[in-house]
Design a protein around this ligand. Structure first.
Ligand code: FES
Length: 171
């Protein structure tokens, strides 16, 4: 895991870069009921596309950033009550079953589905699994907003990212 522990702000950068352009994300970049994939990003990482590719690989986590519909029926997990910014929630995009990326979102049911073995995660309830073989929620990234109106990570994931056997392998 990475952590914004050195005092430098960690922004959320939209994954798609056009000709090396770095796009930090503002709340208004998402419509209600939408999701984009973002990567943690520091301004000191620069704008060089090759460097950014390196950052993407080493960040270890694509992150799904959701803007829920206003008034969505949200239940928060104890200890994660302040991880959201209004209707904005961020979760690891790495499936906790076998590690596929899960960047799919059905805003009608607030479900994110993994395409590999069809695990489904309920975004309005801390991305807990509600169908399929995954037995652990997608870790939530705490987010907030900086003085310029950009969404930022306010801390690290508090749970391991990916399947539990990744932890065993790295220990
Ligand atoms: Fe996601 Fe198997 S890797 S359900």
């Amino acid at each position: 895991l990475w952590a914004p522990s050195d005092g430098e702000t960690v922004y959320l950068r939209h994954r798609t870069t056009v000709s090396g352009e770095v796009r930090r994300v503002r709340p208004e970049d998402l419509q209600p009921g939408s999701m984009i994939t973002v990567y943690p990003y520091r301004l000191s990482d620069g704008t060089d596309p090759e460097r950014l590719h390196e950052v993407d690989i080493t960040a270890d986590v694509p992150v799904m950033l959701f803007r829920l519909q206003p008034g969505a029926d949200v239940r928060k997990k104890r200890g994660q009550e302040n991880f959201n910014h209004g209707d904005y929630y961020a979760f690891s995009a790495i499936c906790t079953h076998l590690g596929c990326a899960t960047p799919q979102y059905d805003p009608l049911d607030n479900i994110s589905m993994c395409p590999c073995h069809q695990s489904e995660f309920l975004i309005t309830e801390w991305a807990r699994p509600v169908f399929g073989p995954a037995d652990r929620a997608l870790p939530q990234l705490p987010i907030g907003i900086d003085g310029e109106g950009f969404l930022i990570a306010t801390g690290d994931f508090i749970e391991p990212v990916g399947p539990s056997f990744w932890e065993l392998r790295s220990s």
